[in-house]
Design a protein around this ligand. Structure first.
Ligand code: URA
Length: 261
């Protein structure tokens, strides 16, 4: 016989501990939070449990600020990635930021420093923001997955980035919902296919739909563009330059939306 939801919840509340989203998420008793989650569940057609047999519903500890969320996320064990990562890399930026940018997952340097977008992709993002005239202090940066997923290189000590699975993304989703509920960005920017497809649906294609304003309950304006690391992987200088120009152009449109607000 299947356990009733209550039994599942209480077992998991015990096993997840304070650092899991289960303690945090239902604390947003604000109507906006529940409206948003319900809209999302409806839109995605999924059950309330983001990772199969795990439930993130029960909660007792208020965590309505970014510092308290960051602290709670530091001991998250909702998926297995914490075992091989150095630390949780939570989002960074002001709770008053108008723009939230969401990438895939921290990279090697982010994992070591505990800060998102500080490696090569982050440097390129900073440069593009500055070229687009967007003040970095108006941007909150985060990732759909908050632990570095990697495998050892065949030779040497390098840690090779591994794409997160849907289950990793879903297990981590409550943290992103929580960040959205606190920051309430005017514009949500998905950087790359992993973020875009996890937030806008599997059918979303960055190649076709980049720069379009997408209707979504997540924020008043939602838009996707390329991930800065894709520009770093360009074949040659010429294509790197043109990809960077296109990226800056997308960011300039975002800057205009902010001015209009
Ligand atoms: N790539 C990402 O998607 N996120 C980071 O924080 C760094 C690199």
């Amino acid at each position: 016989m299947l356990p009733c939801p209550h039994i599942v919840l209480s077992e998991q509340a015990g096993s997840f501990g304070r650092g899991s989203p289960s303690f945090v998420i239902a604390d947003w008793l604000s109507p906006r939070f529940f409206l948003m989650r319900n809209a999302l569940k409806h839109k995605r057609g999924i059950s309330p449990s983001p990772s199969g047999n795990r439930s993130f519903e029960p909660a007792q500890t208020p965590a309505s600020s970014l510092p308290s969320l960051r602290q709670a996320a530091a001991s998250c064990k909702a998926c297995d990635l914490w075992k091989t990562a150095t630390q949780t890399v939570f989002g960074e930026g002001s709770s008053h930021a108008h723009i939230m940018m969401v990438g895939e997952q921290p990279g090697d340097l982010e994992d070591r420093t505990g800060r998102p977008f500080v490696g090569p992709a982050g440097k390129l993002l900073d440069q593009a923001l500055s070229e687009a005239g967007i003040d970095r202090s108006d941007v909150y940066v985060t990732n759909v997955v908050k632990h570095f997923k990697w495998s050892p290189a065949e030779r040497g000590k390098r840690r090779i980035h591994k794409k997160p699975r849907d289950s990793d993304i879903q297990a981590c989703r409550p943290w992103l919902d929580a960040e959205l509920a606190v920051v309430k960005p005017k514009i949500l920017v998905c950087l790359g296919a992993t973020a875009a497809q996890s937030l806008l649906g599997k059918e979303f294609r960055v190649s076709r739909q980049r720069g379009q304003i997408i209707e979504s309950p997540l924020a008043p304006h939602v838009v996707a563009t390329v991930h800065p690391s894709s520009i770093l992987r360009a074949q040659d200088d010429e294509s790197r330059h043109s990809q960077m120009q296109a990226f800056v152009q997308d960011l300039k449109h975002i800057a205009q939306l902010i001015k209009k607000k």
